[in-house]
Design a protein around this ligand. Structure first.
Ligand code: SF4
Ligand code: FES
Length: 378
């Protein structure tokens, strides 16, 4: 990373290209209680969720607008009884659908109905390779259902990805997780170091790994990359930005390539942006998607580079990482327009170093989301 003379760099707010990806958070309801969940602390009630017709219209508008890929997520999207209709709407709009699921509640009939509606692939979460540890992290018995779900997806011939959020409780199990993925015959294994938003931010003290854990896990990933054949699963390592000293290009840039629709129809540049004050995010019930993307103040707020202050404004990486994550900047500094403190050039980087250096205690009980109650401690 190099810092160049600011006089040679002009800021720019390009006219927005069209988004190609849509994260459709169909519901915040979920049978699991993972402490790392990035859903907001204030979960949307089921009575406020978009209707089938409204989701159908979201997919229609998204397809017309150029979106080609959607993650159907939550919460647990299988809890939407109209999921097949939403999948069919996406398919009719020419959008590739990936179901992001815990696997809980997926049986042969449901999967077959989803596949008939046009479902193209499945991403299955697992919390650990050890069934007891996985159940403990998930806050309920679920590993056996996940194993069954994986077998059903493979039998149906759909591409299957395994997603494991890594944190203090499972980071030492990378070898076992990869072996699990191989034994389940998955096409992709995503080792996603925990990002701290929503419930994950609330539980950060208990979840944050140590540098030693991360070093061992990285070594394990490297060994697997050498061992896996080209026919084996893709092994994806989502970087732990708290430890790397480099900001992540969050969502590929604010309002650059993707958008999120939350269960109540709020449209956001990223899933965590509802936490930002004064953003006034638009809702699909009130505005067409095209207006929201092209014209809404919320999507224009941090688009491009005009909004940046130094050091980002004069940094050669500003078009690569877009100054990092606005939601993380806000969570750590109270100002979403500051350089992401994950970047070692940020004047606030000491906030991150204070959290990660000598972090050996892992203190704090996990506080878990429970329907009808804001939180509970297990
Ligand atoms: Fe440069 Fe800002 Fe990215 Fe840090 S976050 S590397 S200062 S553009
Ligand atoms: Fe909102 Fe990164 S999660 S910009």
């Amino acid at each position: 990373m190099t810092v160049t003379d600011p006089a040679t760099l002009a800021g720019s707010t390009p006219s927005p290209a069209r988004p190609w990806a849509l994260l459709a958070e169909l519901t915040h309801a979920c049978p699991l209680h993972c402490g790392y969940c990035s859903n907001p602390l204030e979960l949307t009630r089921r009575s406020r969720e978009l209707t089938t017709g409204q989701w159908t219209d979201v997919m229609r508008q998204a397809g017309e607008f150029g979106v080609v890929h959607t993650h159907l997520s939550g919460g647990e999207p299988l809890l939407r009884r109209d999921l097949e209709q939403i999948v069919a709407a996406a398919e009719a709009a020419g959008i590739y659908t990936q179901l992001v699921t815990s696997g809980v509640g997926l049986d042969r009939e449901r999967l077959s109905a989803l596949a008939a509606a046009g479902l193209r692939s499945v991403q299955l979460s697992v919390q650990h390779a050890d069934p007891h540890a996985s159940d403990r992290i998930a806050g309920r018995r679920s590993f056996a259902e996940k194993e069954r779900a994986a077998a059903l997806v493979r039998a149906a011939g759909l591409p299957l990805g395994l997603n494991v959020v890594l944190h203090r409780e499972n980071l030492d199990a990378v070898d076992a997780v990869v072996e699990l993925g191989l034994s389940w015959g998955v096409d992709r294994i995503e080792l996603a170091n925990a990002q701290f938003y929503g419930w994950g931010l609330l539980n950060r003290a208990a979840l944050l790994a140590t540098r030693d854990q991360l070093a061992r896990a990285r070594d394990a990933v490297e060994r697997w990359r050498e061992r896996l054949t080209p026919d084996g699963p893709d092994l994806v390592w989502v970087v732990p930005d708290y430890f790397d000293g480099m900001a992540k290009p969050c969502m590929g840039g604010w309002g650059a390539i993707s958008l999120t629709v939350t269960p109540d129809g709020t449209v956001l540049p990223c899933p965590a942006a509802a936490s930002l004050p004064d953003l006034d995010p638009p809702n699909i019930r009130d505005h067409p998607l095209a207006w929201i993307w092209d014209r809404s103040p919320a999507f224009g707020r941090y688009r491009g580079t005009d909004w940046m202050a130094d050091p980002c404004r004069s940094c050669s990486r500003r078009e690569e990482d877009f100054g990092g994550c606005r939601c993380q900047a806000y969570a750590l500094t109270g100002d979403a327009a500051r350089t992401d403190p994950a970047c070692r050039l940020s004047p606030d980087h000491g906030l991150i170093r204070a959290l990660t250096d000598d972090h050996t205690d892992g203190t704090g009980a996990i506080r878990r989301r429970v329907p009808g109650r804001p939180e509970r401690t297990l």
